[in-house]
Ligand binder design. Structure first.
Ligand code: NAP
Length: 290
């Protein structure tokens, strides 16, 4: 049975599933969408959170058609009342939160000089502070239950850098350290924290990132490099999002999941190159790839 509730909608009661329940943010597209489907196929009730309700509704219908349970909760990660209402609704409707997949995010690209600082703040609100606030709201329920799994979707970009991605990488590098501290704090309460570092994945992320980059920096002092970067990287050669979803599903299934999983095109080679080759070698590779 799929239901919609949350901000602006009157919440409808439904029978409480005894099923394990997963909140998946960013479920309207890409990695979040594929992850929600994978977890539902594994028998979890999934709570689908994002702003585009029509996309969430069609995913809920697909999950329902395979016999799964889905609850749609319209959520903007930057709106405090949406996050509070999301968690209250899940507790009210499902009675438990076993898994939180923090998947919502986007890539703000543009030269540092030309990117308005308010846009940079918004990038942090979505990719770090919204995620952190939702996690704060979920932890007490997992702590009381003595178990839970928090999956933070970082990026290979949490370990490396790419041209014109200063603010995006800042959020993902921050998320890596934040997640490590959280893992230590909540482990005694039976809660696992897992960082996922996707490589290049074919989703809406790339178009949003490239369009924004061209808009901010495609016509100014960095234009030549920006166009080189876009021309050499825009043609998609990424992995399917189901590759990431399968890794997340396996981490959720595991009794003792790894702290991190690098997955998808280029993730392991580029993270390894930066770690073992060092900054100079990595810089040269980026120049070569441009
Ligand atoms: N694709 C890649 O190559 C790649 C690589 C490494 C890491 N990642 C990371 O993986 C995560 C998922 O990205 P994706 O590739 O699946 O991209 P995507 O297809 O663009 O999906 C992004 C999701 O985030 C949601 N979102 C964005 N802003 C939001 C907001 N303010 N409030 C609520 N939801 C919001 C979007 O939903 P609505 O627009 O409907 O709100 C959408 O569901 C991101 O954190 C991204 O940085 C992606």
């Amino acid at each position: 049975m799929s239901e919609r509730t949350g901000s602006g909608d009157s919440a409808r009661k439904r029978s409480r599933p005894a099923k394990k329940t997963a909140i998946v943010t960013g479920a309207s597209s890409g990695i979040g969408e594929a992850t929600a489907e994978a977890l539902a196929t594994d028998g979890l009730a999934v709570v689908l959170a994002a702003r585009r309700v029509e996309k969430l509704d069609s995913l809920a219908a697909r999950i329902e058609s395979i016999g799964g349970d889905a609850l749609v909760v319209p959520t903007d990660m930057t709106v405090e009342s949406d996050l509070v209402s999301l968690v209250e609704t899940v507790i009210d409707e499902c009675g438990r939160i076993d898994v939180l997949v923090n998947g919502a995010g986007f890539g703000l690209y543009g030269s540092v000089e030309e990117t308005p600082i308010d846009e940079a703040r918004h990038q942090f609100e979505v990719n770090l502070f919204g995620l952190a606030r939702l996690t704060q709201l979920v932890i007490p329920h997992m702590r009381e239950a003595g178990r839970g799994t928090i999956i933070n979707i970082s990026s290979m970009g949490g370990k490396i850098w790419t041209p014109f991605g200063a603010w995006y990488h800042a959020t993902k590098h921050a998320l890596e350290g934040w997640s490590d501290c959280l893992r230590y704090e909540v482990a005694p309460h039976g809660i696992d924290v897992v960082v996922i570092e996707p490589g290049s994945i074919d989703t809406e992320w790339g178009d949003i990132m490239f369009d924004g980059l061209l808009e901010r920096s495609g016509d100014g002092p960095y234009a030549e490099l920006v166009h080189e970067f876009v021309n050499s990287n825009r043609a998609g050669s990424g992995s399917d999002p189901t590759v990431v979803a399968t890794t997340i599903r396996n981490a959720v299934r595991a009794t003792n999941p790894n702290p991190r999983y690098a997955v998808g095109a280029y993730a392991k080679p580029l993270i390894g190159l930066r770690r073992f080759g060092g900054d100079r070698v990595y810089d040269r590779v980026v120049e070569y790839l441009l």
